[in-house]
Design a protein around this ligand. Structure first.
Ligand SMILES: [Zn+2]
Length: 84
């Protein structure tokens, strides 16, 4: 994965959070990333608390998480512990 751009934005349109799958409403602050993965351009949107949760998680290097399947604002290990 090669990062092109990462920034904090204010949404003008609704988006779906790549972490928790919940909607990010217009006017909400979100984290936005644009990158290349396997030769393809990818972009994703995050609730701020979800982005922070991803940064705090240990197993997310190289997209090591299931998109849209995490709990909002919870780190990967916490969610895994809950479901196991
Ligand atoms: Zn989220």
């Amino acid at each position: 994965m090669r990062m092109i751009e990462g920034k904090v934005i204010k949404c003008r349109k609704p988006h779906r959070c790549i972490w928790c799958g919940e909607k990010i409403e217009p006017g909400e602050t979100a984290a936005y990333r644009r990158y290349i993965s396997d030769g393809e351009f990818v972009q994703d949107y995050w609730h701020m608390e979800c982005y922070i949760a991803m940064m705090r998680s240990e197993d997310t290097m190289d997209e090591g998480f299931d998109a849209f399947e995490q709990k909002r604002g919870k780190i990967l290990e916490e969610t895994q512990r809950d479901t196991n």
